[in-house]
Ligand binder design. Structure first.
Ligand code: CA
Length: 230
C-alpha cells in the first residue's frame, strides 16, 4: 500500500481546519487535526507526522514558539513545518522562517496553493516521500512501480524492507542510527523497539541476495547503504 503522508493540522479555527482536512484527505494525505500546541505535542509524541501545518495565532503557545521548540528537538527537527499567517503580516513571516518554518502560506489561501506548497515542502525536506527512482551501484528502486532490481534481475521485498531500502538509498553512504531509521521509516519510535530495525535489516539483506553486502552495519552507530563495498 502506498504511504499516505500524515499531516498534523494545528489550527484553532474549526472552519479552516475542516476545509483543510477535507482537501488533504481528497488529495492523498492523512490529516490529523488538533486545536492547540499541547494537543499537537501529544500527537507528535504518539506518532511523528510527515508534515506540520501550523497556525500562527493559537490559544496558549503561539505557532512561533511551537516551531522553535520542534526545530530544537532532535526527534522533530526534520519534520517540515508550513506556517499559516494572516494577510500582510510580513514581520511574522520572517520571524516564522527564522524560527525554523520551511514555508508559510497567507490566509485566506486557495486549496490548490496549499496543496502545491505542501507537496513542494515534502519534496524538499523528505525526498524519499516522492516517486523518483533511485540507484546505488547496480541496485535500482522505483517507488512508482514498487520494483527493485539488482543487475537487471527483479527482487522481491516485503513492504517494510522496501521502505527501509528506499530511505537508505535516498541517503546513501550516510550512517543512520536505529532511532533515526525508526523515525524516518516507521514514522514512530514510541511503540517499536530498536531491535526491530535489526530484524528488518536482516530480512532486507536476505531479500537482496548478493546485493545484501551493500547494506553495511557500522558498529556502534547503525546502518548505511554504500556503492563501494569492501
Ligand atoms: Ca488561529
Amino acid at each position: 500500500m502506498k504511504h499516505l503522508p500524515r499531516v498534523l493540522v494545528v489550527e484553532d479555527e474549526p472552519a479552516i481546519a475542516e476545509l483543510v482536512c477535507v482537501n488533504l484527505r481528497h488529495n492523498g494525505f492523512t490529516p490529523v487535526w488538533v486545536d492547540d500546541g499541547e494537543a499537537a505535542q501529544r500527537e507528535i509524541d504518539a506518532m511523528l507526522p510527515d508534515l506540520i501545518l501550523l497556525d500562527w495565532m493559537l490559544p496558549g503557545r503561539s505557532g512561533l514558539e511551537l516551531a522553535r521548540r520542534w526545530r530544537g528537538d532532535a526527534r522533530t527537527r526534520a519534520v517540515p513545518i508550513l506556517m499559516l499567517t494572516a494577510r500582510g503580516d510580513e514581520p511574522d513571516k520572517v520571524a516564522g522562517l527564522d524560527a525554523g518554518a520551511d514555508d508559510y502560506i497567507t490566509k485566506p489561501f486557495s486549496t490548490q496553493e496549499l496543496l502545491a506548497r505542501i507537496r513542494a515542502v515534502l519534496r524538499r525536506r523528505a525526498p524519499e516521500k516522492t516517486d523518483e527512482a533511485v540507484q546505488v551501484g547496480q541496485l535500482l528502486l522505483d517507488p512508482g512501480t514498487h520494483r527493485v532490481s539488482w543487475r537487471g534481475e527483479p527482487l522481491k521485498l516485503g513492504p517494510t524492507e522496501f521502505k527501509l531500502l528506499h530511505y537508505l538509498m535516498k541517503n546513501p553512504e550516510r550512517v543512520h542510527s536505529r532511532a533515526q531509521l525508526l523515525d524516518r521509516v516507521w514514522g514512530d519510535h514510541v511503540f517499536i523497539e530498536e531491535r526491530t530495525v535489526d530484524v528488518h535489516v536482516k530480512r532486507l539483506r536476505e531479500a537482496l541476495g548478493t546485493a545484501g553486502v551493500l547494506v553495511e552495519t557500522v558498529r556502534g552507530a547503525g546502518y548505511r547503504i554504500t556503492a563501494e563495498t569492501r
